[in-house]
Design a protein around this ligand. Structure first.
Ligand SMILES: Nc1ncnc2c1ncn2[C@@H]1O[C@H](COP(=O)(O)OP(=O)(O)O)[C@@H](O)[C@H]1O
Ligand SMILES: [Mg+2]
Length: 263
């Protein structure tokens, strides 16, 4: 899986940072609750993500982080509460439209193995967005350039490293021109030496104005890249604050214990 020169992983940042800026929208969660059947998994979660900022969500396994992201873009319908995107109730937006406006990048890249990087990015543009094939390919090329992969457009996933495959998945989300990007442990499946390159890419998107909600176990990234850190446990927001407040002055015993286990 890992065939490339690490330099390729690291060098994309220069490319990314010279690209134009994004115009991320604001996101507001108001008392969001989610359940699987009668099992309450997300309880009354409220927080605001200002346009162009990065919010990192941390917390133990099973605390409801993935479910929270699935509620934000309605891959799983919330049980209660509301999510506002640019002030608009997402419950009033068609889910297919919403998922174009809010991109989601998973731990496993979910690329089509038999398609090139370019086609993986272009497919949804003509299938879902209804762009012409030539316009879709042009947009896809641009998105691959934004993630530092323009030279690998013709490679299939198996000929790309895990880090590059994740970049393709990020390019696929970016190509839809989302207003918000959600990341669910996007680097957890990567070989350790490839993690940093993807985190740098994500940090670059944030600096360029993308609004991002990032579920991560990378505490170094959360400390450096987040404007706000949310600590969840058992489906609730236990603490929220700046990285300094969360990491240097945790208030609750639960957060103190979590940090002592992960740091
Ligand atoms: N599809 C599902 N059906 C039933 N329970 C689920 C489902 N997905 C997750 N859960 C449960 O919901 C809780 C929260 O899961 P999840 O949101 O994946 O947490 P995290 O991402 O923080 O690890 C866990 O107890 C998990 O077992
Ligand atoms: Mg999860």
């Amino acid at each position: 899986m890992t065939t490339l020169n690490p330099r390729t992983e690291a060098s994309s940042q220069a490319t990314a940072d010279t690209e134009p800026t994004f115009h991320g929208a604001g996101l507001e969660l108001v008392g969001l609750s989610m359940a699987y059947g009668s099992f309450d998994v997300v309880r009354n979660v409220s927080f605001t993500v200002r346009p162009g900022t990065t919010t990192c969500v941390i917390g133990p396994s099973g605390s409801g982080k993935s479910t929270l992201l699935r509620g934000i873009n309605r891959l799983h319908e919330p049980k209660g509460g509301e999510v506002l995107l640019a002030g608009e109730k997402t419950s009033a937006v068609r889910p297919e439209t919403l998922r174009q406006r809010i991109g989601l990048v998973f731990q496993h890249f979910n690329l089509f193995p038999d398609h090139t990087a370019l086609d993986n990015v272009a497919l949804a543009l003509w299938k879902v967005k209804g762009m012409s094939r030539s316009a879709a390919r042009a947009r896809a090329e641009q998105a691959l350039t934004e993630v530092g992969l323009s030279e690998r457009a013709d490679h299939r996933p198996r000929d790309l490293s895990g880090g590059q495959q994740q970049r393709v998945a990020i390019a696929r989300a970016l190509a839809m021109e989302p207003e918000v990007m959600l990341f669910d442990e996007a680097t957890s499946a990567l070989d350790p030496e490839l993690v940093k390159g993807v985190l740098n890419l994500m940090a670059g998107l944030g600096r360029r104005g993308m609004t991002m909600v990032v579920v991560t176990h990378e505490m170094g990234f959360a400390r450096k890249a987040a404007d706000q850190v949310i600590f969840m446990d058992e489906g609730e927001v236990v603490e929220a604050g700046t990285p300094e407040a969360i990491f240097d002055q945790p208030q609750s015993a639960r957060l103190q214990r979590f940090l002592s286990e992960v740091l």
